[in-house]
Design a protein around this ligand. Sequence first.
Ligand SMILES: Nc1ncnc2c1ncn2[C@@H]1O[C@H](COP(=O)(O)OP(=O)(O)OP(=O)(O)O)[C@@H](O)[C@H]1O
Ligand SMILES: [Mg+2]
Length: 321
Amino acid sequence: MNALIEARGVSRQFVVGQRLFAAKPVIRAVIDVDLTVLSGEVLGIVGESGSGKSTLGKMLLGLIAPDRGTIRMAGEDLTAIERRTLARLIQPVFQDPYSSLNPRKRVAAIVALPLAVLGIGSAKERRARATAMLERVGLPARDAEVYPSELSGGQRQRVAIARALIVGPKIVLLDEPTSALDVSVQSQILNLLLDLRNDLGLTYVFISHNLAVVEHVATRVAVMYLGRIVEAADREAIFLNPRHPYTRALLDSVLTPEPGLGVPDTGLGLAFPNPLDPPAGCAFHPRCPEAGPRCRIEVPRVLREAGLVACHLYDGGTSAA
Ligand SMILES: Nc1ncnc2c1ncn2[C@@H]1O[C@H](COP(=O)(O)OP(=O)(O)OP(=O)(O)O)[C@@H](O)[C@H]1O
Ligand SMILES: [Mg+2]
């Protein structure tokens, strides 16, 4: 399998608020992330609200630029890839099927629009392709003529998926694609996504709060905490043999099903830290049941011996200083 995405040392911070004479407050949303996505895999990215998942996703989509580091897509530097070429490499599906579809356009026109933007086919051909794609995602022909407001949340998300797939991308970046949907509809959409991946040979980057969802769809999982990837491994390893204490805590907890609802109850006793003033050393140490003196001082290296884990427990076998 070849690498479709290779991110190396990718960081992005945001300056928030204004201070006249003091340093401006900065949120380090993504810190020194290395990520490889192989052709055909479904990489799940999990972590609490504010851990940097969407910021990382937007950088992979080329929607925002990293402050540091490089992203290569299909072997080419992302910044050198022409917009139209990038559109055929990676397409997004976002959480909110209500706000992401133009309310004044009919469904067929919404789905055909990316083809028009890329100058593909005649109007008639674009329309035929849109109708066929709508059918492929489980929407009957009559739905092609309605407005998004006439559809349910699940149907709208099918439209968003059809729009993402119409240009034939290699990668689809799904950012909480089912989080706004009823539970019964969620599983229909997840199964549709898995079918499409098999039929069309797609690669997914699948961002979600919900570990049950990630377990259902992902082949590999990356766990983010305060901007860093703290563990990444094959799905089985993450769910059967989690190594990082944060991954274990996530598995023990019930995660909030919706983003933006704040901190899930991780059962760790302490609140999510202030991203403007993150803890020194390992950012997880104030909540970590295994933290030792070393964790308060030293940022853990990313260890790559078996899977990937950033924790002092596996670096010399001790969290002691
Ligand atoms: N445009 C921005 N301006 C300022 N801060 C931002 C901006 N975008 C993100 N952030 C901050 O960066 C951090 C990471 O945000 P991000 O949206 O990437 O997290 P997330 O893991 O996607 O969270 P959620 O699960 O809630 O969607 C947060 O502290 C957030 O407040
Ligand atoms: Mg997000």
